[in-house]
Write a protein that binds this ligand. Structure first.
Ligand code: NAD
Ligand code: UD1
Length: 332
């Protein structure tokens, strides 16, 4: 089986490429390096011993991407390529709508033209907006809090309509909760941009003494300790979920939550990071972050039932592997 992986050099894409190769798939990566670089290809080779086919192409450019469909026999597509910073999407919404929505349209149209009838799409728990957890796939979608989230909702709708018009297609929407951690080799992990303000990258900066303390956004949420609760999932578990998804395509459109089903608070996560890695993470409480929700965790029972997938790695594994990657990153 040959799988075209768009955004395959990114954080989730690269971990998924490793799992796909280890499960015997031929992988063709397309990425334009907007949030990655050629070094990741070397790291993938070090981990797997395989050099995946690679094209440096912007997936919004249909004529260029079409070349890959002409040159390669593609059985399935996993579409990761996208921009993912909430803050950037608020500042420059058109860039986000263009990149994330046009790419989905281009890929859909090439899949129709070249009869590649199996597609997995990277969606996000952000499509649920602010609703009560545990979140189930059938929960109707609410307005999200930012343009990035809207690009995911729009892409899901586009793919749903494609599946109605082409009933011979199998399209799987995977809604990720909060991926953290890194491959245990420490060779691949998450690229941190200066604009990143997700929690674990920030904790890592404090652990590396690049920042003096973590600012905890709010201490009066209705949660175990007043801080926000999220469903953190190890990126390797998430990657394995993609392998299960490509092994279990069903005709039509199918949606799965990929999360652990368990919530962890900001203070719990900081505490785990300190304890497991034996580092000190100073913090202070500040105002709630605009658009933040109190609690978000998955009901992942559908993925367990239908894909035979559930997470295996714990919060301890996540913070250990995240820090292992950060320490190694300092050297390259
Ligand atoms: P990432 O930025 O690490 O990876 C995305 C990759 O896509 C990068 O290598 C980037 O260079 C590439 N890319 C972006 N636009 C492209 C384009 N037009 N053409 C070709 N390549 C392009 O992000 P990630 O964390 O690995 O996320 C992968 C997907 O999962 C994204 O669609 C993201 O929105 C979605 N997602 C991520 C999270 C998360 O927390 N990381 C959560 C939910 C959903
Ligand atoms: C954010 C995005 C979400 C996206 C997800 C993917 C928003 C509103 N949502 O979600 O759309 O799918 O990232 O990774 O931005 N926190 C702090 N201090 C920090 C950073 C975070 O206290 O410096 C807290 C947050 O308030 C939250 C938790 O840590 O309670 C996790 O935050 P974050 O990692 O940014 O993820 P989400 O808010 O879940």
């Amino acid at each position: 089986m040959a799988i075209l992986v768009t955004g395959g050099l990114g954080y989730i894409g690269s971990h998924t490429v490793v799992e796909l190769i280890e499960n015997g798939y031929k992988v063709i990566i397309v990425d334009n390096y907007i949030n990655s670089n050629s070094n990741i290809l070397d790291q993938l080779f070090k981990i797997t011993g395989v050099n995946p086919l690679f094209y440096k192409i912007d997936v919004t450019q249909k004529d260029k991407l079409e070349k890959v469909f002409v040159e390669q026999k593609i059985d399935e597509v996993i579409h990761f390529a996208g921009l993912k910073s909430i803050g950037e999407s608020v500042e420059d919404p058109l860039r986000y709508y263009y990149n994330n929505v046009v790419s989905t349209m281009v890929i859909s149209s090439l899949c129709i033209k070249y009869k590649v009838k199996k597609v997995v799409f990277s969606s996000s728990a952000t499509v649920y907006g602010n609703q009560e957890s545990p979140l189930k796939e059938e929960t109707s979608l609410k307005k999200t809090t930012n343009p990035y989230g809207e690009t995911k909702v729009m892409s899901e709708r586009i793919l749903t309509d494609v599946s109605y018009a082409h009933p011979e297609f199998s399209i799987t929407l995977l809604r990720y909760f909060n991926p953290i951690g890194a491959h245990k080799s420490g060779l691949i992990g998450e690229k941190i941009k200066s604009s990143t303000n997700n929690l674990v990258p920030y904790i890592s900066k404090v652990a590396k003494k690049e920042k003096s303390k973590v600012e905890i956004f709010g201490k009066d949420y209705n949660t175990i300790d007043g801080t926000g609760v999220r469903d953190y999932i190890h990126v390797v578990d998430l990657a394995k979920g993609h392998v299960k998804a490509v092994q279990s395509f069903k005709l039509g459109i199918t949606t799965y939550n990929l999360g652990t089903g368990k919530g962890t608070s900001v203070l719990e996560l900081i505490g785990a990071f300190e304890k497991v890695n034996n580092v000190s993470i100073p913090y202070e409480f500040v105002q709630r972050r605009l658009g933040d929700i109190e609690v978000s965790y998955a009901d992942s029972s559908k993925a367990e039932r239908e894909l035979g997938w559930k997470t295996e790695l714990s919060i301890k594994d996540m913070v250990k592997d995240a820090w292992n990657f950060e320490k190694k990153r300092r050297t390259y």
